[in-house]
Design a protein around this ligand. Structure first.
Ligand code: GDP
Ligand code: IMO
Ligand code: MG
Length: 424
């Protein structure tokens, strides 16, 4: 079974991009399956940084095919920008970038609605990229799919139907919908550039599966932002969990060999919603500064807190995790003690699970572990890590009952300690 899924085990920004870039070296194909330009995945190679929002994190591996599956929502201007930026770096995408004709398009009215809602009392702290309203159009069966652009008359009909549906919502806010003509003209221009990349990506993926070539499915967002399994309603609008890879990439569950969850050595969250292990004040600021915890898409400061083991156990269950990739261990390097949430006290008693629907009422129970107060970024072997850092990793592995596949000690591709072969 050739496919491996790499997903976020927390609230996003766990370092999925770094891990996927690392593991893509041996992958025939990397496929993104959910979300859109709300994602920002950072790749750093020899100090050279690239943030991808729609393109899969396999882009720097020029032998690897990159696919955008039908579970994604695409902003075509962003996609063209990203393709252009890669071209400027001399990285070829012709013949290796394929985009699903069934992926839905984020249109200007989606961005408008997202922004209007975020200006109101019911705001969720979204990335304001139109992702939620686009998935709403998809579920309402009036969304525009990339393949619709093949037929301009069809594209016009679809757009007009969607605009008519949103008109009362937008007018109630005292705003105006974007005029259709410029929207259609911009879409036609994008189509002219992107058409050679458009196909049924599930068929391409199947070709890799048939020849038993390795396929990497790249999650976006994280388990606790998943529409079904996250801290609803403070979630995104897609299936961020491993199951989303099957529907969003079009690969059957029987083809999945392994699911790996990426987690920071602590926790962050951007946007609103419960976060019981959050550190306010100077301790939180310290993690934010050391970890450079500012959103790669919006630049918003990320909320920071201690690692949440019940959250990782929850991620293990709903994703069927086989192992963890622990990132940003180095960010904890100078702490005297590291705290970890091991359980929750809730109105119905103490639990080792994440009480996901009553998180606002749950009180974290912490264990305190010794810090290591030694720089770890130069470590490339487990044995090179200070004993307390090894003990921290052991504690996480034992408490989650998950083996650790790698520990990341810096943003660069090579700042990684490999413990297990992801493809083994
Ligand atoms: P993603 O959305 O899950 O791909 O994660 P982001 O790219 O949004 O955020 C992760 C941030 O942490 C990026 O700035 C990475 O360059 C950085 N990063 C990843 N791994 C490490 C690590 O082990 N140590 C440090 N210090 N930074 C890391
Ligand atoms: P990556 O893939 C972190 C969060 C937003 C907000 C909520 C809903 O880089 O890990 P949306 O714009 O999706 O409707 O916002 O989800 N969010 C993310 N947080 N990383 C992401 O992606 C995120 N994508 C969405 O901050 O709380
Ligand atoms: Mg990110």
């Amino acid at each position: 079974m050739p496919a491996i899924i790499v997903i976020g085990a927390q609230w996003g920004d766990e370092g999925k991009g770094k891990i996927v870039d690392l593991y893509a070296e041996r992958a025939g194909a990397v496929v993104r399956y959910a979300g859109g330009p709300n994602a920002g995945h950072t790749l750093v190679v020899h100090g050279d940084k690239l943030v991808v929002r729609l393109l899969p994190s396999g882009v720097l591996r020029t032998e690897t095919e990159c696919l955008l599956g039908q579970g994604m929502v695409l902003d075509l201007a962003t996609l063209r920008e990203e393709i252009g930026a890669l071209g400027q770096r001399g990285i070829p995408l012709a013949g290796r970038l394929f985009v699903s004709e069934r992926a839905h398009l984020i249109l200007p009215h989606h961005v408008l609605v997202d922004g209007l809602r975020e200006a109101g009392a019911g705001k969720l702290g979204t990335t304001k990229r139109g992702v939620g309203p686009c998935y709403e159009d998809k579920a309402a069966r009036r969304g525009m799919r990339l393949g619709d652009l093949r037929d301009p008359a069809r594209a016009r009909r679809v757009l007009e139907t969607a605009l008519a549906a949103w008109q009362p919502v937008v007018e109630a806010e005292g705003a105006r919908l974007p005029a259709p003509e410029p929207v259609l003209a911009a879409l036609a221009e994008s189509w002219a550039e992107l058409a050679p990349h458009v196909c049924d990506t599930s068929v391409r993926l199947d070709a890799f599966v048939q020849k038993d070539a390795l396929v990497l499915c790249e999650g976006a967002q994280g388990t606790l932002l998943d529409l079904d399994h996250g801290t609803y309603p403070f979630v995104t609008s897609s299936s961020a969990v491993s199951g989303g890879a099957c529907t969003g990439a079009g690969i059957g569950p029987t083809r999945i060999r392994r699911v790996l969850g990426v987690t920071k050595a602590y926790t962050t969250r951007v946007g609103d919603g419960p976060f019981p292990t959050e550190l306010l004040g100077t301790a939180g600021d310290h993690l934010r500064q050391r970890g450079v915890e500012f959103g790669s898409v919006t630049g918003r400061p990320r909320r920071t807190g201690w690692l949440d083991l019940p959250g990782l156990r929850y991620a293990r269950r709903v994703n069927g995790l086989d192992g963890l990739c622990v990132t940003k261990l180095d960010v904890l390097d100078d702490l005297e003690h590291v705290e970890v949430c091991v359980a929750y006290d809730t109105p119905s008693g103490r639990t080792a699970d994440l009480p996901v629907d009553e998180l606002a009422l749950a009180k974290p129970v912490f264990a305190r572990l010794p810090g290591w107060r030694t720089a770890t970024s130069a470590c490339r072997e487990l044995s090179a890590l200070p004993a307390a850092a090894r003990a921290y990793l052991d504690f996480v592995a034992r408490e989650t009952e998950l083996p650790i596949y790698c520990a990341s000690v810096g943003p660069n591709r090579d700042e990684t300690i490999t413990l297990r072969d992801p493809y083994g």
